[in-house]
Design a protein around this ligand. Structure first.
Ligand code: OOG
Ligand code: MG
Length: 263
């Protein structure tokens, strides 16, 4: 039986809307291929854009050993960043809009120019970058127990939910991204430390991979987009009152607080 991409996209969006954990798709479908999973992800984005959302950028996930080991999936994944997911500075994350959110530190590229694969290199990405800023992503798998296979998490837009973007930043070649450090703290306790090299050796290399992946689908990274290179440490639960801070060398601090509601 062919996979009905639109039907599974509606299933996932139902989980988002009703803040409900869903059974993994691969528990219900025998062979969910990577291509089918990206087709479900595309159909999900189409549903979101159909509701008036717009696209703010794109993301990678599972680009660090820390994340791959935490989630038990050993391949990078690519997803979309809807504009509605970008948090207003200083505004708490509304936990009543989410299922079982976690937070994680991200290196974020802000693009000055479009980047189109194939053949994109890390150098091409830096040439097209306006600035690199720190961020914290809030991920929220739509699946039961935050548990999934590679193809499940692709279909679910790589667990994307919210993102806080730092206001400081550096020009692309102002600092060596591989040695740029991040200390991640939850309620003042350090839970993880990493440098940019944790992301497949180089965050810019990750963004190049994303551009080359999109190129295969006739798509490109657009000028003005934000692009998340993936978390360099494992993700931590966001509970009511949690204060998550990512402290970056050169990029400053980014803080996310969790409220029961967004108020
Ligand atoms: C998948 C999303 C991974 C990252 O930065 O590694 C991701 C997940 O862990 O639920 O966004
Ligand atoms: Mg992430």
């Amino acid at each position: 039986m062919p996979i009905d991409h639109a039907q599974w996209a509606a299933y996932l969006l139902g989980g988002v809307d009703e803040r409900r954990e869903l059974q993994a798709i691969t528990k219900q479908v025998d062979d969910l291929s990577v291509d089918d999973a990206y087709a479900i992800q595309a159909a999900l984005l189409e549903l979101q854009l159909g509701r008036g959302d717009t696209l703010a950028g794109a993301k990678l996930g599972l680009t660090s050993v820390a994340k791959q080991e935490q989630m038990g999936v050993s391949e990078p994944v690519y997803g979309w960043v809807p504009s509605s997911s970008v948090l207003e500075p200083g505004r708490p994350v509304a936990l009543d809009e989410l299922i079982h959110p976690r937070c994680e530190p991200e290196f974020v590229f802000v693009l000055a120019d479009a980047v189109a694969g194939p053949g994109v290199t890390a150098g091409d990405v830096l040439d097209a970058t306006e600035k690199i800023v720190g961020g914290i992503e809030v991920i929220d798998s739509r699946y039961e127990a935050f548990s999934f296979t590679l193809t499940d998490v692709i279909a679910d837009n790589t667990s994307a939910a919210r993102v806080a973007i730092g206001s400081d930043g550096i020009a692309p070649r102002e600092a060596d991204l591989t040695t740029l450090g991040c200390v991640f703290e939850i309620d003042g306790e350090v839970t993880g430390t990493a440098t940019g090299a944790a992301l497949l050796g180089d965050p810019a290399e990750c963004v190049a991979m994303l551009a080359n992946h999109l190129g295969k689908h006739g798509q490109q990274l657009e000028a003005g987009w934000i692009v998340m290179a993936g978390a360099a440490t494992d993700a931590r639960p966001l509970a009511p009152g949690t204060i998550a801070t990512a402290r970056y060398s050169h990029l400053g601090d980014v803080t996310v607080t969790a409220g029961s509601t967004g108020g």
